[in-house]
Design a protein. Structure first.
Length: 135
């Protein structure tokens, strides 16, 4: 990916606007195909910044009886994001026994999420020779 394409992708990505479901137990991940992104993806990939939230993409069309919308109840620590299509599964890697989105997708998701997620950008940029961004 050329650097400019990655930077444009970051500028157009709106991960906070995706449909998401929330669960209290990680056992749901055994029941549904998924790939890690955001903090759980970064932790698996570069060992940087662990949080109590596990964030994964699930296949488009995923529906369930879980809470849809916001975390609300802080017992909910598993965030299942439903993408518009399966692009997030493209070139997913297996790291420590878990599927993780490809490095470009992880970088773009973290950069577009903003806030604390941006502190993970430097180790990922260095590992995969991606354009470094600030702010």
């Amino acid at each position: 990916y050329p650097n400019q394409l990655v930077l444009n992708w970051i500028g157009n990505r709106k991960i906070r606007g995706e449909v998401a479901y929330f669960a209290a137990k990680k056992k749901i991940l055994k029941e549904v195909e998924h790939v890690h992104t955001l903090f759980s993806g970064a932790w698996l990939d570069v060992g940087w910044l662990t949080t109590r939230f596990t964030t994964v993409y699930v296949k488009p069309g995923f529906k369930c009886d879980l809470i849809k919308g916001k975390t609300g109840d802080m017992k909910n620590t598993v965030v299942l994001i439903v993408p518009e299509d399966e692009y997030v599964f493209y070139n997913a890697r297996t790291i420590k026994g878990e599927k993780v989105v490809n490095p470009y997708q992880l970088y773009v998701d973290l950069a577009s999420f903003g806030g604390l997620a941006q502190s993970t950008l430097e180790p990922i940029a260095e590992k995969y020779k991606l354009p470094k961004i600030t702010g």
